[in-house]
Design a binder for this molecule. Structure first.
Ligand code: BDP
Length: 582
């Protein structure tokens, strides 16, 4: 799926700003009362993009389970009517139904990936109205995974629903990423796939350009960063060779521009030439071993929740560079396209994750059996992987796909499930390694043979052996050696951390203090340094973030190396020293 760009034939109109907004008082009220047919009445104002939960002072809106409605007017210039018009949402979390001038245009399930639909049949020149119904309800057919139950009628309204979920981030909802209308010619460039390779000093770009309609002759060029054309062709599918190429490398990005003109259409795609491979003990980028230093992150901030925030994202990348990181994981869902583009431009390596999270820790339920995960979940999981692949396949920053976080892979039925999931992503992408981020122990896990790299989340001296810093080194080295001996695959420590309340200082260290967080990381890192098959460390987490209420959560999760306001805790300086010298 191509990102909308602007040039002399393609235009983009961004519908960000203040929209009308209304919460339903009972489930399906909006559809029953046909709120899409006329302009919304008794609405409030709501910014887009943003989560709606923390914008107002209304607790019932923050905690709402069900549908809310967004609406605004937009104008279509008369001279756009002979072009193809597309309405595109960067993401709506988690379910969206879109109406134009009262008629249903499209719907989408999955809160972290873009979707779009052609507008031509629905709009007129001048003023038009878009209405979007948004639901945050997650059941066992959704990713993230959750359960809906009836709320207790003794203190809730009859029919009210309660959301159960066991993933550790607040279930923010709303129109989270930009809304755009873009134009293309009626016959247009529909898709581009680029796979790069390296032969000695030369770069190879295998490309495939898909058209909608017969567009006629093509003119395809590849320009370097100075704008010099380094390769040229008229074939829609083939191979370009760049002599003495500049390769895209970690923290040394180099992007060529693949410029495609066919018929009336014109599209330009940034291309980084790089390879990625996994051996028994290493990850090789362009044939050279690379050690991942970085974080699991969240799209999360005060007020805006999960809404796209360019200032925040630029700040995050500045902090990543300041601390000496070279990578991150999009825990626990695909991040915005704007973030992926920044990672491409700045040379960060990304483990790209689908929102398969929350499939664990149900004490009273098996997960991979009927009633919980079923065929519908599996279908949605595969569809989500397809959508993610389609969106991100051309990003050089994406070095690995993560198919899930902490699923209960000790269950027998998980084997069949993850075999299908792994086969599916491999059928789409033959070039990138795949991982399943794990919590289950080496004796219990049943699916690791399916993956290329072992990504392991471990919290010794926090969730296990709380307070016993001395347990970390022996436990971690023993366990990691067992994993390596069993699978002979490289290991990434994909999560480790402790909650630390910024400003809480104690000597000797106590849990929740900044000193404990420092001791914890020092011990873990000492263990990682003694395992030569470990190829990366991703701290949990980059910054403090909001979660649902829980007695182990004090105003959210405080495992950040930075605060939620993106200021360093003491441990940040310790990590900076390690990463800038390692
Ligand atoms: C891990 C989860 C992550 C949590 C973290 C924690 O993958 O989402 O936030 O634990 O408890 O198990 O802080």
């Amino acid at each position: 799926m191509l990102f909308p760009i602007e040039n002399e034939v393609r235009q983009v109109k961004i519908l960000n700003g203040i929209w009308k907004f209304k919460k339903e008082d009972w489930l399906d009220q909006g559809v029953e009362e046909k709120w899409f047919e006329a302009p919304l009445v008794n609405s409030i104002e709501m910014p887009v993009p943003a989560s709606y939960n923390d914008i107002t002072t209304d607790r019932t809106l923050r905690d709402h389970v069900g549908w809310v409605w967004y609406e605004r007017d937009f104008a279509i210039p008369a001279d756009w009517m002979d072009k193809r018009l597309v309405l595109r949402f960067g993401s709506v979390t988690h379910h969206a139904v879109v109406y134009i001038n009262g008629k249903k245009l499209t719907q989408h399930k999955g809160g972290f990936l873009p979707f779009e639909a052609e507008l031509n049949e629905y709009v007129k020149p001048g003023k038009n109205r878009v209405t979007v119904a948004v639901s945050n309800m997650l059941d066992s057919t959704c990713l993230p995974f959750g359960f809906i139950k009836d709320a207790d009628a003794t203190y809730c309204r009859e029919g009210e629903k309660e959301q159960e979920y066991q993933f550790d981030f607040f279930n923010y909802s709303g129109i989270h990423r930009p809304v755009r209308i873009y134009t293309t010619p009626k016959r247009y460039i529909k898709d581009i796939t680029v796979i790069t390779d390296i032969a000695g000093k030369d770069g190879i770009i295998n490309y495939d350009i898909i058209m909608e309609g017969d567009l006629g002759d093509a003119e395809i060029t590849l320009a370097d960063e100075e704008g010099n054309v380094v390769a040229k062709t008229s074939d829609l599918k083939g191979k370009m060779v760049v002599k003495n190429a500049c390769f895209w490398d970690v923290r040394a990005a180099y992007l060529y521009q693949l410029d495609i003109r066919v018929g009336e259409d014109h599209y330009t795609l940034p291309v980084g030439i790089r390879t990625i491979e996994v051996t028994e003990k290493q990850i090789l980028l362009n044939g050279k071993p690379v050690y991942l230093k970085g974080f699991g992150k969240h799209e999360d901030s005060d007020i805006k929740g999960k809404g796209l925030d360019d200032a925040l994202n630029v700040r995050d990348f500045e902090l990543l560079k300041w601390i000496g990181a070279n990578s991150f994981r999009t825990s626990h869902y695909p991040y915005s396209e704007e973030i992926m583009q920044m990672a491409d431009r700045q040379g960060f390596l990304v483990i790209d994750e689908v929102p398969a999270v929350g499939m664990n820790f149900w004490p009273d339920r098996v997960v991979f059996e009927k009633g919980a995960v079923d065929e519908e979940t599996l279908k949605h999981h595969k569809d989500t992987l397809t959508e993610l692949y389609q969106r991100d396949k051309n990003h050089p920053c994406v070095i690995m796909w993560s198919v899930a976080n902490e699923a209960r892979t000790s269950e027998e039925n998980a084997v069949q499930y993850f075999t299908e999931v792994a086969n599916h992503i491999r059928s789409l992408d033959k070039t990138r390694p795949i991982a399943n981020v794990m919590v289950v122990g080496v004796e219990l896990d049943k699916v690791s043979h399916l993956f290329d790299v072992l990504c392991i989340n471990r919290y010794y001296s926090w969730y296990y052996d709380l307070g016993k810093i001395e347990s970390i080194y022996p436990r971690l080295t023993t366990e990691f050696h067992k994993w390596y001996e069993k699978y002979q695959k490289p290991i990434i420590m994909s999560e480790y951390g402790t909650d630390a309340i910024a400003g809480l200082h104690k000597l000797p260290e106590v849990i929740f203090s900044e000193e404990y967080q420092i001791e914890y990381y020092n011990e873990n890192n000492r263990a990682l340094d003694d395992c030569d098959f470990v190829v990366g460390e991703h701290l949990w987490a980059f910054a403090d973030f909001m979660t649902s209420f829980g007695l182990k959560r004090f105003d959210g999760n405080k495992k950040g190396i930075f605060t939620r306001q993106r200021q360093p805790k003491s441990v940040a300086f310790v990590i900076k020293k390690r990463w800038t010298t390692k």
